[in-house]
Design a protein around this ligand. Structure first.
Ligand SMILES: [Zn+2]
Length: 338
């Protein structure tokens, strides 16, 4: 049984140690540390020390490329998109060129950046890396066009070349079936590239997809991702508050699909529990979510994030201490049941 949480917001080693010890006391045996562009540049040795401290207290450690290039989940800025403006995603506007502050995952500059990130992750001594919600731009400007237009990325020259070589005609600006497939292939190819490299460095690979398998989210045929050679752990994050869904129905549906696919391809299923932005009075739902994931066959459960998001205004729960207390209580129960 693997139970844990993500951790960020603090780079002071003595406090990290105290928190890691607390995580163990609270029923965790794994932690996902975020490692952003900021961390790589300004905290490179600190990250090595943080991983070391976490392993010393008995936690398995995964590192998360938090917000790198703005194509993974994460509340973190990207310097890359400023330094490499040509490597940004270009949107599907026929009327003119709009590039967004998200890296094109087909661009060589960004892939080189990611290899550097993996190399640093390997040098820390972490057990694995966690690819969280890799995505392309979709639809976030739709409101400006009276909902008549779907805007998506990426339509840069590199992507256009790859599209034409694959499909034999010029990339359309509409969101066609071929475009959907191309975008999915782009993400799959990116993850295969990264996971092959990290695996060669001795790291395990965990990946988390958005909980709704629609083309706009990129990967809509999850089985294609699960079966990549070097993906060891496959999961999703059915954040019921964020998607305005009912806790047990949503968590069960997503968990069962993750378990089904992992059983078919002999991978380890993982489910993320929403422990951030939990509204006051609904903290009990976090316990329900953990129980539901377990009852659906998941034995690798992680909460986003440590202590209910108390360290960050943007994602904090209304009463983070109650959220974390519920998570801890459920984790301790699950350890008894395994
Ligand atoms: Zn591109």
């Amino acid at each position: 049984m693997k139970l844990g949480a993500s951790y960020f917001g603090n780079r002071t080693l003595k406090h990290v140690r105290t928190d890691m010890e607390k995580m163990v006391d609270d029923g965790c045996n794994q932690v996902v540390h975020t490692m952003s562009e900021h961390d790589i540049l300004y905290h490179s040795q600190t990250m090595v020390d943080i991983v070391k401290v976490s392993r010393e207290v008995g936690l398995e450690v995964f590192l998360d490329p938090w917000g790198i290039g703005r194509v993974f989940g994460g509340e973190s800025f990207s310097t890359f998109v400023k330094l490499f403006p040509e490597a940004r995603q270009k949107l599907s506007f026929a009327e003119g060129e709009i590039k967004v502050n998200k890296a094109c995952i087909n661009s060589k500059a960004f892939r080189d950046k990611m290899l550097e990130w993996v190399d640093h992750a390997a040098s820390t001594g972490a057990e694995g890396v966690f690819w969280d919600e890799p995505h392309l731009f979709y639809g976030e400007f739709t409101e400006l066009f009276a909902k008549t237009k779907i805007i998506w990325g990426c339509t840069c020259l590199t992507c256009k070349d790859i599209f034409k070589n694959s499909y034999g005609y010029d990339m359309p600006m509409e969101f066609t079936d071929d475009v959907m497939e191309f975008r999915q292939e782009t993400i799959l190819n990116f993850l295969e590239y990264l996971s092959d490299h990290s695996s060669s460095k001795g790291l395990k690979n965990a990946v988390c997809v958005f909980p709704i398998s629609e083309p706009k989210y990129g990967v809509y045929q999850w089985d294609k991702l699960v079966q990549l050679n070097n993906i060891d752990i496959f999961g999703s994050d059915p954040y019921w508050f964020s998607y305005n869904e009912s806790v047990s129905g949503f968590v069960e549906k997503v968990s069962r699909e993750v378990v089904r696919l992992c059983e078919r391809y002999n991978k380890e299923p993982q489910i993320w529990i929403q422990g951030f932005r939990v509204p006051e009075g609904r903290e009990e739902e976090v316990s329900t979510a953990i129980k539901t994931a377990f009852d659906s066959g998941v034995r690798n459960i992680a909460a986003w994030c440590f202590e209910g998001g108390a360290c960050m205004t943007y994602i904090s729960s209304d009463r983070p201490e109650i959220v974390w207390s519920n998570i801890s209580k459920e984790y301790k129960e699950l350890h008894k049941r395994k």
